[in-house]
Design a protein around this ligand. Structure first.
Ligand code: DAH
Length: 373
């Protein structure tokens, strides 16, 4: 085996010339075999380096490696060129079956939460509700005070809050808003619920009104299968001269019936939220086991319903009759106007509809999960 560096150069230029003058893919493959195949000339040269002394090995080794790299580069270039040429000139001997079904292109789709949000919006809009929006960075006034939760109120503990650092010039407010906002420097936070949109909406629109406001909210809490630091809510508000809790029950029952495409029943349990009086927790009769708490499988065995944890009812949202102090905060006379408000957890709805057992999956960005919807 010649082992001087001149030999490497000769081999390299011979190989490159041959590649360049090659006129078809078959010959090109054969060339590759001859030079860098198992017993190819370049391969054997590289293998023989071990027999040289160290100084020689380094010198010739470098050259030989460069020659191989160059061969591979030229080979790839030529191959591309020949493929294009054969394709354009119709010379390829590959047969194309034009009747074969085409390869399916992967198609994107909406995130399950977006789908749920759109469905919910459509149902409420068909019942005459307008759509409103509010900022995710909210002031203390809108998120708490105006909703009848003053600074010292223990109910503030109901919402674990991400407070934002004070702006450098705290008189210069990030958000435009009410007279109170302008007078008093505000603290800012990531909104802990969509309820502040009630206030923002009523500042602009006078009753009678009905509106929904879906959106992202934030909670400063540890995550687990049922909790995330951000999730989605849909706020609802209806104000009129004689709007009652019975109207609320009818509307929300109709909503669930259309959303789950199954007949259902709703029950209200007394509960406390500072911005409503009375306030209630809303339970929906489990649409999966029709309130029985169990299902019977094919073998005739009783199985606990996993959706309602065999209780037959699912706690689904908070609601109530709007507190007079909330109406006063937007200069609306509570003697003249009344109505209801509610807040539904959209993640909860998605989890129930699709039987998802961990809220974190919704935010994981994991395509194996998302492609199922
Ligand atoms: N904002 C409440 C929460 O995040 C949910 C809620 C309860 C909204 C009662 C309402 C309501 O409008 O009336 O926990």
């Amino acid at each position: 085996m010649p082992n001087d560096s001149q030999y490497v150069e000769i081999l390299q230029s011979k190989a490159i010339t041959e590649i360049q003058s090659c006129s078809n893919l078959k010959d090109l493959e054969e060339l590759s075999h001859r030079y860098i195949g198992k017993k190819g000339e370049l391969t054997l040269l590289l293998r023989s380096l071990g027999t040289l002394d160290e100084k020689e090995r380094k010198k010739i080794g470098q050259k030989a490696n460069k020659a191989r790299e160059m061969f591979e580069r030229e080979f790839a270039k030529k191959k591309q060129h020949l493929i294009m040429h054969e394709f354009e000139s119709g010379e390829q001997d590959e047969w194309i079956d034009i009747t074969a079904p085409g390869a399916k292109l992967p198609k994107g789709h909406l995130h399950p939460l977006t789908q749920i949000q759109r469905e919910a919006k459509e149902i409420f809009q068909s019942m005459g509700f307008a759509l409103a929006d509010g900022p995710e960075i909210e002031s203390e006034w809108y998120n708490f005070d105006a909703l009848n939760i003053p600074a010292s109120h223990p109910a503030r503990d109901m919402w674990d809050t991400f407070w934002l650092k004070e702006p450098e010039n705290s008189k210069q407010n990030l958000l435009s808003g009410t007279a109170i906002l302008k007078e008093k420097p505000q603290k800012f936070l990531l909104r802990t619920h969509t309820s502040p949109v009630q206030i923002r909406y009523m500042e602009k629109i006078k009753p009678p009104l009905r509106v929904i406001a879906p959106g992202r909210i934030f909670r400063y809490e540890a995550t687990d299968a049922r909790h995330e630091i951000n999730f989605y809510q849909l706020e609802g508000l209806m104000i009129g001269k004689d709007v009652s809790a019975a109207h609320f029950k009818g509307i929300i029952q109709e909503f669930f019936k259309r959303f789950f495409e199954k007949e259902t029943v709703v029950r209200l349990r007394p509960s406390y939220f500072p911005f409503v009086e009375p306030g209630f927790e809303v339970d929906m009769r489990c649409v999966f086991c029709a309130g029985k708490g169990f299902s019977i499988n094919k073998e005739g065995q009783k199985k606990d319903c996993s959706s309602c944890g065999h209780g037959g009812w699912i706690e689904i949202m908070g609601a109530g009759m709007v507190h007079p102090n909330v109406l006063k905060a937007v200069k609306c006379d509570p003697k003249e106007w009344q109505g209801f408000a509610f807040g539904i957890g959209l993640d909860r709805l998605a989890m129930m509809k699709y039987k998802i057992n961990d809220i974190r999956l919704l935010y994981s960005g994991d395509m194996r999960f998302l492609e199922q919807f």
